[in-house]
Design a protein around this ligand. Structure first.
Ligand code: NDP
Ligand code: 8X3
Length: 253
């Protein structure tokens, strides 16, 4: 049976690896992000394995998303799985220093972006026999760490929204899962530190961080369970991470 997954933030990191993993396992993929050249690369990589439809769009732009969702080709309908992954942190500053621009972008992307996509895609999931929404939260949803303020608040909102979706969509036959990754080496820290590659690399000094692929495998495992089994939430860290701030770093790695 054909299965279709729509993945936001599929141009990099966790979203990209999830698209590759699910695409290699027979899912038709709808891949959404702003960087079109990355989506084209992904399409090239998946072209002999599955069907892929790419959407170059900003999750903050409801009207543009609405047009794009309306234009999703027939063979990608109904959508079976929605993976709300697009997100970002900007800066690591005490709350008194967070800029107006940065907090707005984080709230608009990480919270409103998820609401925008979910609202628009739900009608296309109505006829699916699977109906599974997977939201990407964070260890930052579970605990607030110094200078994480607004980012942690947005991810805490995703935790709450995931519970809300599970309640409100239960009678419509939906499963809702939230995946909370710990330290995962993607472009996340490069974005957080405004392209300061050295500072981004230091975040993972002396540990073996998770990779986008590790999280993709967890998502694939969640999707592989029998239909009566729903993983409500899962927190995954590198073996060297106990909490957001308790990390065992080796000095010579
Ligand atoms: P990356 O920076 O590698 O990927 C982020 C993805 O989100 C990119 O594909 C980016 O695409 C997309 N994105 C960002 N803003 C927008 C937007 N406005 N519209 C559409 N797409 C957007 O980081 P990760 O893969 O690590 O991040 C994926 C998710 O995982 C995020 O929600 C992040 O908060 C979460 N997470 C990450 C952790 C980590 O340690 N890496 C740990 C816990 C959670 P483009 O720029 O092309 O639009
Ligand atoms: C991203 C990882 O450790 O900054 O969610 O919370 S962390």
């Amino acid at each position: 049976m054909k299965k279709v997954a729509l993945i936001t933030g599929a141009s990099s990191g966790i979203g990209y690896e999830t698209a590759i993993t699910l695409g290699s396992n027979g899912y038709y993929i709808i891949a959404l992000a702003r960087r079109e050249h990355r989506l084209i690369e992904l399409k090239e990589k998946l072209k002999n394995l599955t069907l892929i439809h790419i959407i170059k769009c900003d999750v903050r732009d409801y009207n543009a998303l609405k047009d794009e969702v309306q234009n999703i080709p027939e063979q990608f309908r109904p959508i079976d799985v929605l993976i709300n992954n697009a997100g970002l942190a900007l800066g690591l500053e005490p709350i008194q220093n967070v800029t107006y621009e940065n907090w707005n972008i984080m709230i608009d992307t990480n919270i409103k972006g998820v609401l925008n996509i979910t609202n628009l895609v739900l009608p296309l999931m109505k006829d699916s026999k699977i109906k599974h929404i997977i939201n990407i939260g964070s260890i930052a949803a579970k605990e607030v760490y110094p200078n994480g303020n607004v980012y942690c608040a947005t991810k805490s909102a995703i935790d709450a929204l995931s519970k809300a979706m599970r309640i409100d969509l239960l009678n419509d036959g939906f499963k809702v899962s939230v995946v909370h990754p710990g330290m995962t080496e993607t472009e996340f820290s490069i974005v957080r530190f405004n392209n300061d590659y050295e500072k981004a690399k230091k975040v993972y000094n002396g540990i073996i961080p998770l990779t986008g692929k590790d999280i993709a495998l967890v998502i694939q495992a969640i999707l592989s369970l029998p239909s009566h089994v729903c993983v409500n939430e899962i927190l995954i860290t590198p073996s060297a991470q106990a909490t957001a701030t308790v990390i065992k770093r080796e000095t010579n790695t």
